[in-house]
Design a protein around this ligand. Structure first.
Ligand SMILES: [Ca+2]
Ligand SMILES: [Ca+2]
Length: 225
């Protein structure tokens, strides 16, 4: 029996490129964002953090809220909408004075050993002070790639930061975002649309395309002959 596979859509049609992590050139993104509630639309749930939760007041360092506008929870934070729809929720953070403090963390399951993963998040500064937070991903307490200086909203709006990681021998991991800037005033930011997706090389995908969980949801797959 011959197997004919026609994958009609390409990554542009499968994914909203404004939200999800981008795979390296030559790789095809899997169909599933392994992060739960990465857009924060479910509110303050499904993630862990080293920060204290206060839904109405972020005056103190080291506190966070999940809400629709940073200016609601701090009088000096800017008045903006979230990244997903401009009307949804995001994580608003008054950056702490402690280096490496975990901002956001979530266990991730269903890892394919030997596969490259792309992890990304969108962030922007909510304070007018020019001392932005410096964020970095980590997996199982190992920092990934270079730290990312959060952009000024008025200069660059929201910016996506991305890192790549290859699964070696783990089936489960803990994905984290930490802040490396301990300057008290100005290291305050918002996070949104966190994603973690597998990246398949085309040859690998042709051999595993029958696993519907890892192929493009809009692809047409033709079997026969
Ligand atoms: Ca959102
Ligand atoms: Ca701060």
């Amino acid at each position: 029996m011959r197997l004919f596979i026609a994958v009609v859509c390409i990554s542009f049609f499968c994914w909203n490129t404004q939200l999800l992590a981008q795979c390296p050139e030559g790789f095809w993104p899997g169909n599933e964002n392994l992060v739960v509630n990465g857009d924060f639309e479910q509110g303050n749930q499904a993630f862990l953090t080293g920060y204290e939760h206060n839904p109405v007041d972020l005056w103190l360092e080291g506190y966070y809220a999940v809400g629709t506008n940073p200016s609601i929870v701090h009088p000096h934070f800017i008045n903006i909408g979230d990244h997903t729809t401009q009307q949804g929720k995001m994580m608003v953070v008054n950056g702490a004075e402690v280096s490496g403090k975990v901002v956001w963390e979530q266990p991730v399951e269903g890892i394919y050993v030997g596969i490259v993963y792309a992890v990304s998040a969108w962030a922007t500064t909510v304070s007018s002070a020019n001392r932005p937070a410096i964020l970095q991903f980590s997996i199982n307490d190992q920092l990934l790639d270079e730290p990312f200086k959060v952009a000024s909203y008025y200069e660059d709006s929201w910016k996506q930061f991305t890192a790549y990681w290859t699964a070696e021998d783990v089936q489960q991991l803990t994905l984290s975002i930490v802040n490396q800037n301990t300057v008290q005033g100005g290291n305050d930011f918002v996070l949104d649309d966190i994603s973690f997706v597998p990246c398949f090389q085309y040859a690998w995908q042709e051999h595993h395309v029958l696993d519907e969980s890892i192929v493009c949801a809009d692809a047409s797959i033709l079997l026969g002959h």
